[in-house]
Design a protein around this ligand. Sequence first.
Ligand SMILES: Cc1ncc(C[n+]2csc(CCOP(=O)(O)OP(=O)(O)O)c2C)c(N)n1
Ligand SMILES: [Mg+2]
Length: 577
Amino acid sequence: MNPSTALASVIVAALTDLGVRQVVLCPGSRSAPLAYALATAAHEKRVHLHVRIDERSAGFLALGLAKAVPGTPAAVITTSGTAVANLHPAVLEAAHAGVPLLVLSADRPHELRGAGASQTTDQVRLFGSALRWFAEIPAPHREPGQARAWRNVLARAVAAARGNPGADPGPVQLNVAFADPLTPDGAEADWPEPLTGSDGLTTVTAAAPPMPVRLSGSLRTVVLAGDDAGPEAAEVAAAGGWPLLAEPSSGARRDGAIGPYRLLLDRPDLGGAIERVLVYGRPTLSRPVSRLLARPGLDVVVVSARPEWTDAARNARLVVPAVVPAVTPAPGPTPSPAEDWARAWTAAGVAAAAAVDRLLDEEAAAGRLTGPLIAREVAAATGPADVLFAGSSNPIRDLDLAAGPFAPTARVLANRGLAGIDGTMSTASGVALARAAAGPRSPHAGGVVRCLVGDLTFLHDVGGLLVGPLEEPVQLQIVVVDDAGGGIFALLEHGARADRGERENADFERVFVTPQQVDLAALCAGYGVDHQVVDDVAGLRKALADPPPGISVIQVKVDRNGHRDLAERLKRVVQAS
Ligand SMILES: Cc1ncc(C[n+]2csc(CCOP(=O)(O)OP(=O)(O)O)c2C)c(N)n1
Ligand SMILES: [Mg+2]
C-alpha cells in the first residue's frame, strides 16, 4: 500500500472513531486518497458523506451539519489551492459562533511550495487567528509508528474543535500533504503496522461545569437572550420574575417572552427604567438593544462561558458562567416595585404584540404582504419538531419583531457569529441533512426544516441549491422575501436622509440597495428546484403547511418602498397600545 493511501485510511478511520460522522467532500486531485477512503467508508456506512463542487457552499454545509448537533464536529475536505481559501467565510462564522468545524485541506509535499508548482500555495494557517488549532501532517513515509502519530493528531484536532478541555469550540485546520502516487494500490496488510485501532487515539473531555453566581431580585432587571443563548435564559427569567427579551435564534423565545420588545425599549417607564440586564448569547439585532447595553450606570451582567463574550459597549460589570436568582420570598399581598414593573412589561408586551398583529393583518387585507407578516406566518408554521433557519438582514429582525413564542422543542438557528448574508441556504441544508441522519426515532423525525431569507441572501448562496443526482436529497423549504434588493438599507441611516436629490436617490439605489431582477422561477427550474410565488396570506399558509419533497422555494414579493413607512406605523401603533 502506498503511503498516501495509508494516511488517508488512517484519517478516515480516526474521524469515525472520534465521532465525526458527517463529512463534506469537494472533488479534486490532491485530495484523491481521502476521496477513495471516504467512498469506501460511505459504502460501509461508517460516515455520512456529502459531495459538493463549490467549496464555499461546502464549508457552510459542514457548518450546518455541525450546528445541528451541538458538540459534534463536522468535517470538510478540499483539494489544494484556491479551493481551501473558499472555506474562509464558513471558518470565520464557525470561529465567532463557536461551531466545531474541522477543515482537512489537502496539500502538496512542502518542498513544492514557492516553486511554481500547480495548485500550490502557502496553506499553513491560511485562516489566521480564526482557527482554534492548526497542525500539518507532512507527506507520509512508509515507516512504523506513523499511524499512531497520525491518529494522535486527529484526536487533538477533534478535541480542539470541540473545545476540550476547557476551551471554546470552533474551527480547526489540518493541512495534510499527499505525495504521489495518489491512487490506492496494494493491501492494508502490507503496511508495517495496523491502520485501524485505538493506538494513539486520546480521548479528551470537557472541563468541570463552572459554579453559578447568585443574584438578588431587588433591581429592575431584564433578561436579554441573544443568538444561541439557550433555554437557561428563559429559565432564569422565569425564576427571577424578570421580563424576557429573546431574539428568535436565542433558543429562549418561549411562552412569556416579550415579542416586540424592541419597540418598548425607548419608553421611559419600560426600557428607560431598566436597572440591570442579564445578557445571554450574542444579541446583535437592533439599535435600541445596543443603546440599552451602552447606557451609563446600567448594571450589565454577561452570562457566558465562552471566551468571546458579548460586550460591544464595554459596559459589563460582571461576566459569569451562570447565575441563579436569589430565592424570592413567597408573594405577599403587595408586590414589590420591581414585581409591579415586571408585570407592566408583560402587559405592554401583550398589548404591543396585538397591535403589531392588527396592523400586519390590515395591511395584508389591503393586499400588501410585508416582511414582518411573512416572518410571523413562517414562525407560526414552525411546529415542535421543526427547524427554522433565519437569514441575516431583515428576515431575522422581522422575526424578532413579529414572531410569537416558539415551542420549546422547535429550533431556530441563524449564522449570527458574523451575520453574513452568505452561505445561508447551505448552512440550512447541513442542518436538514444532519436532522435526516438522526433517523426516524429522533424526537425531530418528520419535522420540516425551513429557512427564511431575503432575495440577495438567496442569490448570494444560489450555488447551495446544487445537490447532484448521486447525493442524498436535501429536504428544505426556502421562503424568499423578495423586495428586489437589499431592503434593510432603506431602514438604516442611509435610507433616512431627507436631503437627497434625484441623483443621490439613484446613487443610494445603486451602491446600497443593489437592485436585482433575476427570474427566480427560471433559476430554480435550472436547478430542478420546486418554486412557487404566493401573493396572499392564505396562499402562504397553504404553501408552508405542505412542503414538497426536496428543496423548494416559496417566493413572496414585497414592496421595498413600503419598508420605512411600515416601520414608522408599527412604532406608532405600539406606542398607542
Ligand atoms: C457576506 C455579506 N456581504 C454583505 C453584507 C452586508 N449586507 C447586509 S444586509 C445586505 C442586504 C441583504 O439583502 P436581502 O437578502 O435581500 O435582505 P433585505 O435587506 O432585503 O431584507 C447586505 C448586502 C453581509 N452582511 N454579508
Ligand atoms: Mg431584499
